[in-house]
Design a protein around this ligand. Structure first.
Ligand SMILES: [Zn+2]
Length: 247
């Protein structure tokens, strides 16, 4: 299994760092270069690759400076992203390697048009598509895209670890509990998360199998059945996402 660490950036971003035994590393979504440079220096790590999930500034903001400092690093990004100096543009089904482990590129549009995730070694780096207890905002307004992207993630093996890019869990669970106050797994998980956050422990990564029990956006099939409006799973998802926007 690959070893993953996190670098904190801004208020609540996680820049994921994958490391091998030779002090080489790959990072995902460096929104800022400053914490990355400091982290690498302190640990004597060499940066080999940068992976990008989507174009938002808090995911790409550090790329230019890192490329200037660390020469010859590979920059892997969505095929339709507007970003200079990309060395590999990737799309759905493409395969990349991270230290001899194979990762598959998954197109996950909805939050943004070009959003992708990287799945391999029982890990998914999914940027801002799925969060623990929630999901990303649908900036594209293409709810069908986002719904399909979440179903795609949901179909991965239950033991997949979700490495999302933000520590939003505690807040997301407030809305989740509002939606499903009698979900015992959710009540329990909320207690665990609240304890972890009090101690400033990251709640990420999370197991997909756990998310399926607590995350309302992965439970639209179940929740729509109890909804008074008799909505389809997809229409229920739209309603839920719009409610969350205003929560
Ligand atoms: Zn984003």
């Amino acid at each position: 299994m690959l070893h993953v660490e996190f670098i904190k950036a801004f208020e609540d971003n996680y820049i994921w760092l994958i490391k091998n035994n030779n002090n080489e590393c790959v990072i995902v979504d460096p929104g800022s270069s400053i914490p990355v440079i400091e982290y690498l220096k302190n640990r004597n790590l060499t940066l080999k690759k940068i992976l990008i999930t989507h174009h938002h500034q808090d995911h790409i903001g550090g790329v230019k400076e890192l490329q200037e400092i660390f020469r010859d690093i590979e920059l892997i990004a969505p095929y339709n992203i507007n970003l200079p100096n990309v060395t590999s543009h990737v799309s759905d089904g493409d395969v990349i390697s991270i230290f001899n482990h194979t990762f598959e590129v998954m197109e996950l549009p909805g939050h943004t048009k070009e959003h992708i995730g990287f799945f391999g070694d029982k890990k998914l780096f999914c940027g801002d598509v799925l969060f623990s207890g929630g999901c990303g905002r649908v900036f594209t307004k293409k709810y069908d895209d986002m719904f399909e992207s979440l179903l795609k993630i949901k179909s991965l093996p239950g033991d997949t670890l979700i490495f999302c890019a933000h520590e939003y869990t505690e807040n997301n669970l407030k809305f989740a509990l509002h939606t499903e106050p009698k979900n015992h797994n959710l009540v329990q998980y909320n207690q665990v998360v609240s304890d972890m956050r009090t101690k400033n422990i990251p709640t990420i990564p999370v197991k997909l199998s756990n998310e399926k029990k607590v995350n309302p956006f992965l439970r639209c099939d179940i929740l729509s059945k109890n909804d008074l409006e008799n909505l389809s799973e997809f229409d229920f998802f739209i309603k839920l996402r719009k409610q969350k926007d205003l929560f």
